[in-house]
Write a protein that binds this ligand. Structure first.
Ligand SMILES: [Zn+2]
Length: 290
């Protein structure tokens, strides 16, 4: 039997373009008005949101039934060679979790950092140790926000699909954020229905069915070269096969949240939402629904 909460919620990262003010509070209302269901609060340039604003956002999201997540600052580097920078990054990630909780976000997405001069193996070990400590502090403070390690698009960044899945398997409390534009751009591959299904199967094999039942996903078009991701594009300006991708999401029975990071934000998010619901209806009509 299929519970009513099955399926995907669609939203945007940051303030939608049609929002009259540069305000996360207004953005919560606007997301619902334009027909979307989720919003990722951008702490990417630093933790500038005050506690009072965070509380008001939490209330507004509850009222509007908008699912909130947040994205930690870009300058976090848990693999920095300088110990001081590593400690600062650790504090910043913990403070991001605390602020996300005040704002009513259920999930916090973050970028782990760069390999720098370290090998991928050494980076993995060091990032794992730091994250273990962060997760243990977050648990002791009972912060009700899930930490989501993002798959990264540049080859110099820690966060291949395998690294993310392995770390999430090893560390209790760590969950993945699947950024499909990044997964595609990192190698210039993973751009067909079969490829997408393989990503979901791999995630299920490593992390269990819950990885697909409560997934957090980023998507946009993407420009890339041999170093990986260069910049985000609108879906129709990119080679990314989003029709196949949505079909794979529907067929693999993935539930959770899709956050659109295209430059056009809500336009692409709504396009994806509508296409996805058309696919789901077709599946129900043909008796394929899970
Ligand atoms: Zn990100």
């Amino acid at each position: 039997m299929t519970p009513v909460s099955e399926g995907l919620l669609f939203g945007v990262a940051g303030i939608p373009h049609s929002c009259p003010e540069d305000s996360s509070l207004k953005a919560v209302e606007l997301v619902r008005q334009v027909g979307l269901e989720a919003l990722e609060l951008e702490f990417v340039q630093g933790l500038k949101m005050g506690q009072e604003t965070a509380g008001r956002i939490k209330q507004a999201a509850r009222l509007q039934r908008v699912k909130l997540s947040a994205h930690a600052p870009y300058f976090i580097n848990l693999n920095a060679e300088d110990r001081g920078k590593r400690m600062q990054s650790q504090d910043l990630l913990l403070n991001s979790l605390r602020l996300a909780a005040l704002a009513g976000a259920t999930d916090l997405v973050f970028h782990a950092g760069y390999y720098g001069t370290k090998s991928p193996e050494e980076s993995y070990k060091d990032i794992k140790n730091t994250l273990k400590e962060i997760l243990s502090i977050a648990r002791s403070e009972r912060i009700p926000v899930r930490l989501r390690l993002e798959t990264m698009g540049k080859r110099k960044q820690f966060g291949s699909l395998d690294e993310v899945l392995s770390l999430c398997r090893e560390l209790y409390g760590l969950l993945p954020c699947f950024d499909f534009a990044h997964i595609f751009a990192r190698e210039g591959r993973v751009n067909s229905y079969r490829d997408f299904l393989q990503v979901f199967r791999k995630a299920e094999r490593k992390l269990g069915r819950s990885a697909l039942k409560d997934a957090h996903i980023h998507i946009s078009g993407v420009k890339y070269n041999q170093t990986g991701e260069l910049k985000h594009l609108d879906l129709d300006d990119s080679e990314f096969r989003y029709d196949d991708w949505l079909q794979a999401l529907a067929d693999a029975g993935v539930s959770g949240t899709v956050i659109c990071e295209s430059p056009s934000l809500e336009d692409d998010a709504l396009r994806l939402k509508n296409l996805y619901h058309n696919l789901k209806e077709k599946r129900i009509d043909s008796g394929l629904s899970e």
